[in-house]
Design a protein around this ligand. Structure first.
Ligand SMILES: O=C(O)CCC(=O)C(=O)O
Length: 258
């Protein structure tokens, strides 16, 4: 299957071309099967108190060390830096559960329905760059894959309303097939949905969303002080926690401690 596969780590000129063309990259097998299994168990704990229905839980990094480690994973962070430069934040982290035998999700672009990113400019700017760690094997279609429409972040027209309301198929829909532990990195403007899941095991995916520093966090109103006190300098900085001496987000905004 044709996949925009790239190597972990440095963001190369070819990575940039692939990302600009399709709006996403796939880094295969970033986590070992054991690491992914540890994150899977952590995900189960996060979702333990809710119904077994599709749903997303934020801030898992505050209580689950294996999910905290993914915030600045060395296979992924250089790509985020390559796209955003030296100043960006973790805008949100969502841990998604799709129950066994779950159907397809609705097509959408990421952003804010309160003020759509496409009101800002064309093409839709890169405001939310998402790294999705696949915590289950998704080498075959029908395993709770993500489905993306390549290049759709540049489409001047929306996906037709009837396709969206019927959750219909699209001839250029790309069902991402990748082994456990792979990472999908994608632009907020790419139309995407959750693909169907025919398997017997609930599917969990750990999503990490990076943004310019002035974007408001979406998984928290405030940072958790205990987490900030105990985490690494890089993760502390990625939470957007810094002293604002005079002009917030001005020249005093320190680059990340790479
Ligand atoms: O199925 C998932 O894990 C992600 C769902 C989705 O499309 C989203 O969070 O925007």
């Amino acid at each position: 299957m044709l996949n925009p596969e790239v190597a972990p780590g440095p963001f190369t000129d070819l990575d940039k071309f692939v990302f600009e063309s399709w709006g996403y990259l796939l880094i295969p097998s970033v986590l070992t099967a054991d690491e992914a299994a540890e994150c899977y168990e952590a995900s189960r704990r996060l979702h333990a108190d809710r119904d077994r229905a599709f749903g997303q839980i934020g801030r898992g990094y505050e209580t689950e060390p294996c999910l905290e480690k993914l915030i600045d994973h060395p296979a992924v962070l250089p790509k985020v830096r390559g796209l955003f430069g030296d100043r960006f934040i973790l805008q949100a982290s969502w841990n998604t559960m799709q129950p066994a035998h779950g159907g397809v999700g609705g097509w959408h672009q990421d952003g804010s329905s309160a003020y759509d990113f496409k009101q800002l400019s064309y093409p839709v700017p890169l405001i939310q760059l998402r790294a999705s760690f696949l915590l289950t094997d998704q080498t075959n279609p029908g395993t709770g894959n993500m489905e993306l429409i390549p290049g759709s972040h540049r489409s001047q027209v929306p996906l037709p309303a009837e396709i969206r309301s019927e959750r219909g198929d699209v001839p250029i829909g790309h069902v991402i097939c990748a082994p456990i532990g792979s990472v999908l990195l994608f632009h907020n403007g790419v139309w995407h949905r959750t693909y169907r899941h025919d398997g017997d095991q609930d599917r969990y995916t750990a999503h990490y969303v990076y943004s310019p520093p002035w974007v408001r966090a979406a998984d928290r109103f405030d940072n958790n002080d205990e987490f900030l006190d105990n985490t690494t300098p890089m993760r502390h900085a990625l939470m957007g926690a810094f002293e604002r001496p005079d002009a917030p987000y001005g020249a005093s905004y320190e680059p990340l401690p790479f």
